[in-house]
Design a protein around this ligand. Sequence first.
Ligand code: GRF
Length: 189
Amino acid sequence: MKKLSIFVSGNGTNLQRIAEYFLEDWAVKIENVVCNNPNAYAIERSKKLDIPVRMITKQDFNSEAFVKELQDLGIDLIVLAGFLWKLPENLVKAFPKKIVNIHPALLPKYGGKGFYGEHVHEAVVAAKEAQSGITIHYVNELYDSGEIILQARVSLDENETPDSLAAKIHQLEQAYFPVAIEQVLLSQN
Ligand code: GRF
């Protein structure tokens, strides 16, 4: 049995999709959802999905005790699904190649500090890029720069807006994130 911990800050559409994808897979369990935002709709989704939510403060998050908590739960993979805090070094070091993130652009472009949510799509549209997409990658100590697991692309139309691009990216996320997670779990020994 592989245990996932899913970290969220917002709406939680990726969380929902991942949970539904693994619902009937007895080999994968979402052990908990870790959330840093008391107003996140992801909390409601977790309740409906019957997944325990662990609310965190900055202080908890940066503590050695939090790392220990995840280790004691036997977490095999941490999934960042729209989680907006940078991970502390002790957490990253404790879970080598066991943390994955989804980024709504084709890294290394449009990544790093400040590139999150609609800011990413605004920048891509303003630059008149021909393509954008998603990047699923391992997490290291830096923002958006760990080894890439999977990228998927979409073309931008002539009259593309940040909103219309966001909708296309959303489709890609829903299609690819659970599959990429499954591949990572299978590649673990
Ligand atoms: C997604 O676009 C993801 O790529 C980014 O944050 C967003 C999260 O959306 N990292 P949701 O909370 O899963 O709906």
